[in-house]
Design a binder for this molecule. Structure first.
Ligand SMILES: [Zn+2]
Length: 419
């Protein structure tokens, strides 16, 4: 039976054949093929071809710090079906340093990771981790936590480090302000981020191998976001990120900024929503038209014994699981659930870091499996039903649905059932 899904087989070729300036620019090492679009909402399933392998989207990208994900090896990550993960430029740029990593044939060689890597600009980490940072037109000035010397991270320096790391996707250096800041500083940061994008594009030594993504800023102002979208989409970058959100703003503001962004981003380029990783947020933001996500939450929360499950989370350390011989999630097929019980993990958590490792594996598997199910439902033309079933499992009664999620989904024609 044919599903009511719009399909497009060769979107990229169609785009290139247009007699526009775009066809004169360098071909990027990335193509995005739209596999299916939800006929109801803005959700889409794509095949993102990157230098190291193809990435089916929507996709969740786990976050590593110093080249490895805490508590998990590259092999295990590969076995879980992860096709792209994040490397942290700030930590790697400091220690062991780009020169050493370049010697190891880049970050792929250093961590022996055969699939794709995305690196951040390093800027966000500085502003959030280092108290003494100062932003000027030249760049971000900060004191190194590893020695105390003053370091200036410019857009050129950020790209130089990311070029040495050899990531498949590099992020521009942007001027980050907290999403709760208001006033003229928000516009200043947005305008500066546009200027820094131009400097990053000019500095990229490997445009044929490494994709540079722009980051849409503009705080919580519809006008500033729109102005940033107008400016940045004039540039021929391979992809766009939606930045400056997930920083403690109201969820009502958050989803409206996301939705405005996807309304104005080009259809044939990937859309990466930064710093989003809660299951509900992922599902809603796929409905709003986002393709890629990252967040430290699933791995960080695992280290505190919190396992992600379709009904929310399960605290392995709680007494109630001491004699519970079921796996974390009876329906999960990850290596942890196949082998270990809640009781075993509960006991292990008292004195062995291997417990964190087992829950980390489960949580990454949960995120990747969730996104695969989302994708399949879009391809099958049943995404709205998937969302309704997902929300029912997550919330025991419909009066517990978060208001923002109900509103966001309604804005894309998905009305949740009452139960
Ligand atoms: Zn599991």
């Amino acid at each position: 039976m044919a599903a009511p899904v719009r399909r497009e087989t060769d979107a990229v070729a169609a785009d290139i054949s247009m007699p526009s300036l775009k066809s004169l620019s360098a071909v990027s090492p990335l193509t995005l093929r739209l596999v299916a679009e939800c006929p109801v909402s803005k959700a889409r399933a794509c095949d993102l071809a990157l230098p190291h392998c193809a990435v089916p989207t929507p996709v969740f990208m786990p976050v590593g710090t110093q080249g490895t994900l805490k508590g998990i090896t590259s092999d295990q990550l590969e076995d879980l079906g992860c096709n792209i993960c994040l490397g942290n430029t700030y930590h790697l740029g400091m220690r062991p340093g780009p020169a050493l990593i370049e010697k190891a044939s880049g970050l792929h060689g250093f961590m022996n990771w055969r699939r794709n890597l995305l690196t951040d600009s390093g800027g966000f980490q500085m502003v959030s981790l280092v108290e003494l940072s100062e932003v000027t037109e030249e760049g971000v000035k900060f004191k190194s936590p590893y020695g105390g010397d003053e370091i200036l991270l410019t857009p050129e320096k950020s790209i130089e480090i990311q070029n040495s790391l050899g990531s498949d996707i590099m992020m521009q250096l942007d001027d980050v302000v907290s999403s709760t800041v208001t006033g003229p500083r928000v516009e200043e940061a947005m305008r500066r981020s546009v200027r820094w994008l131009d400097r990053c594009m000019a500095a990229n030594q490997n445009p044929e191998k490494q994709n540079l993504f722009a980051i849409i800023q503009g705080g919580l102002s519809l006008e500033l976001r729109k102005a940033c979208l107008d400016e940045m989409t004039k540039r021929d970058v391979p992809g766009f990120a939606i930045g400056g959100l997930s920083g403690g703003e109201e969820k009502d503001d958050f989803w409206k900024m996301v939705s405005l962004s996807t309304d104005h981003l080009p259809r044939h380029k990937p859309r990466y929503l930064m710093g989003v990783g809660y299951a509900v947020d992922l599902v809603v933001c796929v409905a709003l038209g986002c393709d890629m996500f990252d967040c430290v939450f699933p791995t960080r929360t695992a280290r505190f014994g919190s396992a992600l499950v379709p009904w929310g989370s399960l605290q392995v350390k709680h007494k109630q699981f001491a004699k519970d011989f079921k796996p974390i999630d009876p329906d999960c097929t990850c290596p942890t659930c196949k082998r270990h019980s809640r009781a075993y993990l509960h006991a292990l958590f008292k004195n062995d870091t291997a417990a964190m490792h087992h829950v980390t594996i489960h949580n990454i598997s949960y995120q990747l499996t969730l996104m695969r199910s989302v994708r399949q439902s879009i391809i099958d033309g049943r995404f709205p039903d998937f969302v309704k079933t997902f929300m029912k499992k997550m919330f025991p009664s419909s009066d517990k649905y978060p208001g923002w999620a109900v509103d966001a989904l309604r804005s894309v024609n998905i009305t949740l059932d009452q139960h």
